[in-house]
Design a protein around this ligand. Structure first.
Ligand SMILES: Cc1cc2nc3c(=O)[nH]c(=O)nc-3n(C[C@H](O)[C@H](O)[C@H](O)COP(=O)(O)OP(=O)(O)OC[C@H]3O[C@@H](n4cnc5c(N)ncnc54)[C@H](O)[C@@H]3O)c2cc1C
Ligand code: HEM
Length: 405
C-alpha cells in the first residue's frame, strides 16, 4: 500500500486529470510511438485514430487516482484489462517503457504544476498498478499454457472454411496449422487475430468473439465487414479478413481470453440480448447450453436492421424450434419489402424490453448484453428499470473502454 502522503498527492491530481486526461494520454501515445515505434503494431491503430484508446487509458488513470485508497474496487475492470493485455501479448518488460513515457508526459503536459514530489508520487502509484496487472497477467499466461491444446503468444491457424452468414458477416473456421488440438474455452470468450494491413504497412491485432460452442476441432469467428461510411473510413482488419484472407490462408491467433462468460455455476434462466454482430458470443452460449442438455430456460433476443444483415437466422430458428426451453425474439429496425413478419422477424422497430418483459424478463435470470455501445446503454438501463440487479447484467463492449462505463 502506498503511504498517505503519496496517495494524497495522487488524489490531488484528479481535477487536473478530469480536465486534461485525454490531452495527457494523446501526448503519451504520440511520445511513446515516436520513441518506441516497435510498439505501434502492438496497438490497435483503429482505436488510436478514433481516439477510443486514449479515452480508455485516460479513464483508467483517472479511476485509479480516484480509488487510490482502495484500489481493490477496480479489480473487475483490471481483470478485463489484463485479459486484453494477454490477448495482444503484453509482457512485464513493456511496463517500464509505458511508465517512463507516462511520467514524462505528465511532466511535459502539466509543466510547472508537475513538481518532483508529484512525479515521484505518480511513479510509485504507476508501479503499484503495474505490479497488480503484471501479476494478474502472469497467472493468465500460466493458465493458457497449461490448458490442454493451449498456448501463449501467437500460433498459426489455417482458415479451413469461410462461410457467408449475411451481407456483412462472414465466419472463419480456424484450425491449428501444426495439426494440434484447440483448447476448451468458456462460451463468451474472444481470441485476438493478427493480420498484415497494407494501408498501414504493419501487422494489426483485433479481437473476435468465438461464435460456436467449445469442443470442436476448430475455433470459429464471425466478422462484420466495417464498410466505409459518410464520416468513417473503412475498418482496416475486418476488410483485410473479408477481402484478402481466403480458405487456406494462415492467421496468427492468440488463445481464448476474456471474462464475459456464461455462468455455469447455476441453473437459473439465461437471457441473451444482442444487436448486429453482437450476436457472436451469444451463439457460443446458446449452442453450449443446448449441448449440455440444459433444462435452463433460454431467451434469445436479437435486433438488426433487416433480413439482409440478419446472420444465423436459420440456426437460431432451428435451435428454438427443437428445444422447448428456448424462445427467440427478433426485431428488424427497417424491414425490407421481402422480409416476412412472424417468419423472418417478430417485431418491427427497435428492441423494447419493457414491452416484452412478461416473456423475456425472468425471475433470477442472468442477462448477457452485447452490441453497439448506444444499444448496450439503452438495454442496460431498461433492465435496471425493470428491477434486474446489476450483478445479473453481464456486458461485452466490442472496443476499448472497460473503465468508461
Ligand atoms: C472483446 C471483443 C470482441 C469482439 N468480437 C467481434 C466479433 O465477434 N465480430 C466482429 O465483427 N467484431 C468483433 N469485435 C470488434 C473487432 O475487434 C474490430 O474492432 C472490428 O472488426 C473493426 O476492426 P477494423 O480493423 O475493421 O476497424 P478499425 O480500422 O479498427 O476501425 C474501427 C472503427 O473506427 C472507425 N474509425 C477509424 N478511423 C477513424 C477516424 N479517424 N474517425 C472516426 N472513426 C474512425 C472505423 O470506421 C471503424 O468503424 C470485437 C471486439 C472486442 C474488443
Ligand atoms: C498500469 C499500466 C496500464 C494500464 C492502466 C493500462 C490500461 C489499459 C486499458 C484501460 C485498456 C483498454 C481495455 C479495454 O477496455 O478493452 C488497455 C488496453 C491495451 N493496453 Fe494497456 N494499460 C497499461 C499498460 C500497458 C502496457 C505496458 C502496454 C504495452 C505496451 C499496454 C498495451 C495495451 C494494448 C495494446 C491494449 C489493447 C487496446 C488497443 O490496442 O488499443 N498497456 N490498457
Amino acid at each position: 500500500m502506498l503511504d498517505l502522503h503519496t496517495r494524497n498527492l495522487v488524489k490531488a491530481t484528479v481535477p487536473v486529470l478530469k480536465e486534461h486526461g485525454v490531452t495527457l494520454t494523446r501526448h503519451f501515445y504520440a511520445r511513446m510511438f515516436a520513441h518506441n515505434p516497435e510498439l505501434k503494431p502492438v496497438f490497435n491503430q483503429g482505436n488510436q485514430q478514433a481516439g477510443s484508446q486514449q479515452q480508455a487509458l485516460a479513464m483508467a488513470v483517472l479511476a485509479y487516482a480516484e480509488h487510490i485508497d482502495n484500489p481493490i474496487v477496480l479489480m473487475p475492470v483490471l481483470t478485463l484489462v489484463a485479459n486484453k493485455h494477454v490477448s495482444v501479448g503484453i509482457r512485464a518488460e513493456h511496463y517500464p517503457i509505458v511508465g517512463m513515457h507516462l511520467l514524462a508526459s505528465i511532466k511535459e503536459v502539466l509543466g510547472d504544476a508537475a513538481s518532483d514530489e508529484l512525479l515521484a508520487a505518480w511513479a510509485a502509484a504507476y508501479g503499484q498498478l503495474a505490479d497488480v496487472l503484471i501479476a494478474q497477467e502472469a497467472a493468465i499466461y500460466a493458465k493458457a499454457a497449461m490448458t490442454p491444446g493451449g498456448w501463449t503468444g501467437w500460433r498459426s491457424f489455417v482458415i479451413s472454411k469461410k462461410v457467408i452468414e449475411s451481407e456483412e458477416i462472414t465466419s472463419f473456421y480456424l484450425r491449428p496449422a501444426d495439426g494440434g488440438s484447440v483448447p476448451d474455452y468458456k462460451p463468451g470468450q474472444y481470441i485476438s487475430v493478427k493480420v498484415f494491413v497494407p494501408e498501414l504497412g504493419m501487422m494489426q491485432p483485433r479481437q473476435y468473439s468465438l461464435s460456436c460452442a467449445p469442443g470442436q476441432e476448430y475455433l470459429r469467428i464471425s466478422v462484420k465487414r466495417e464498410a466505409e461510411m459518410a464520416e468513417k473510413p473503412a475498418g482496416l482488419v475486418s476488410n483485410v479478413l473479408h477481402r484478402d484472407c481466403q480458405e487456406g490462408a494462415i492467421l496468427d491467433v492468440a488463445p481464448p481470453m476474456g471474462d464475459y462468460v456464461l455462468h455455469e455455476d447455476r441453473d437459473t434462466p439465461v437471457v441473451l440480448i444482442s444487436a448486429g454482430v453482437g450476436v457472436t458470443p451469444k451463439l457460443a452460449m446458446l449452442e453450449h447450453l443446448l449441448k449440455q442438455n440444459t433444462a435452463r430456460k433460454v431467451r434469445f433476443v436479437h435486433a438488426c436492421r433487416h433480413g439482409g444483415v440478419h446472420a444465423f437466422k436459420q440456426q437460431v430458428r432451428e435451435m428454438s424450434e427443437q428445444h422447448a426451453q428456448v424462445k427467440s425474439l427478433t426485431y428488424y429496425e427497417v424491414p425490407r419489402a421481402e422480409d416476412r413478419a412472424s417468419v423472418d422477424y417478430d417485431q418491427k422497430g427497435r428492441l423494447d424490453l419493457q414491452a416484452v418483459a412478461s416473456d423475456f424478463i425472468l425471475p433470477d435470470a442472468d442477462y448477457y448484453v452485447c452490441g453497439p455501445r448506444s444499444f448496450m446503454q439503452a438495454q442496460i438501463s431498461s433492465l435496471q428499470n425493470l428491477g434486474v440487479a446489476p450483478a445479473r447484467i453481464h456486458k461485452e463492449a466490442f472496443g476499448s473502454g472497460g473503465f468508461a462505463h
